[in-house]
Write a protein that binds this ligand. Sequence first.
Ligand code: NAD
Length: 506
Amino acid sequence: MSSSVLAADPAGTTTLIPHVVGGARVDGDGRTGPIFNPATGEQTGAVSLASADFVHEAARIAQAAQPAWRATGLGKRQQVMFRLREIVSQRAEELARVITAEHGKTVPDALGEVARGLENVEFCTSLMHHLKGDYSEQVAGGVDVHQVRQPIGVVACITPFNFPAMVPLWMVTTAIAAGNAVILKPSERDPSAAVWLAEAFAEAGLPAGILNVVHGDKEAVDAILDDPIIRAVSFVGSTPIAKYIYTRAAENGKRVQALGGAKNHMIVMPDADLDSAADAAISAGYGSAGERCMAVSVVVAVGGVADELVAKIAERIPAVTVGDGTQPGVEMGPLITRDALDRVTGFVAGAEGEGARVVVDGRALEVGGDGFFIGPSLVDDVAPGMRVYDEEIFGPVLSVVRVGTYDEAVALINSNRYANGTAVFTRDGKTARQFEFDIEVGMVGINVPIPVPVGAFSFGGWKDSLFGDTHMYGPEAFNFYTRRKVVTTRWPDPSESQISLGFPTH
Ligand code: NAD
């Protein structure tokens, strides 16, 4: 596998990031979008943006390749997963640097993303187990029933910028393990990791045409949603687009799961260890510059803890080293684009006018150069009704909401439209158990600020954080990417009469 096209171009000349269709790199049919290094603000390349015709052709190629993959023995499919695991883990640093060059997150953080993606590859190495069917013997005299899981055919995976390797690995690995062919449409802002992964799959022995990477913007996505060959769509991204994908794909009769945005709250109870809670708020609020769907965005300080907690968070912020994510010792990189920087800056700038108090202003940070940097910000006295509370910021801004009681904290979270992740910090088991019972959120942490489920469970939020009913990766993903077929069998004695006009009751 050559990685020359995938690295940020050190000479600064424009590198075209190709599609991968039918096992080959393809330059596309004209339109391109710019790729930036967020740490320098420089354009480092361009990505082909597919037309609708290009998408439909890729779907036809996937459709032609899928029957042979479906017929491939499960043991052979498993071997592809084992080899993929070896390739990605041995070359994780290379993939991490591809991610950092376009996303901006630090290399150690990108390595963490690769490791979390690999969890699902490891889960899929047991695909023979996950695809097992059911059998009931003798449901009536001489009648048996069994159920098998069969692939859907061609499925599409549409992914966001913030985890350019992990989210594709969540989706495509399971879809392929289950016998489908895939059109992967990664974010057009950091598309190289998807190309790297497609070539890693090929090196692992996946036949051509089973994993196709088609880059693009709305035109490509709309073509996916309307293409009759594509039978299912997995999406992760912002809530407005998730809702759009869910609606249009469902109208076209497709199976669809669309994960949306988030506004994750972390409750700190009066009995909590405030040093641990402050450490957790820093790492979960500012890690990856807050561009994680499970990032903590709101700290809910219960009872009298707010003053001490805010002071502890504020005193830790200067120790967060912000800079180019390729440099050793840097803990927080830039935002993905200049637009994202302007947007996040706007939330901090507007907070005072809304009645909140900016305790630490990340706009004051100076990194130098034209990178898309803002430092960590801490905003106290935030309340619902303020933009800084109501909207998903997706940047390194922690808001603090002060409430009097546990019940007020729960009511606050349960009335939020988003319900991806949440956490409670407490030393009291009874409070923790009650929180787990009361809270209307899909993924819950007890003294764990980012409760991303391990690979043997599945990942998904509630309410406006998930449209559809199936979560990502793990067991639920094998349900999403397969159709169940139930077969009822009788081997009659040729001497028995088979004529009966009654409803079959066995
Ligand atoms: P996004 O919604 O802008 O883009 C996601 C995908 O949709 C991309 O592939 C993009 O090309 C495509 N897209 C964008 N605009 C479109 C349009 N108008 N029509 C059709 N397709 C379009 O999201 P993003 O900025 O790349 O990612 C950040 C968002 O993703 C945040 O809201 C974050 O919370 C969310 N996210 C959620 C989860 C989760 O698990 N719930 C995980 C990661 C990210």
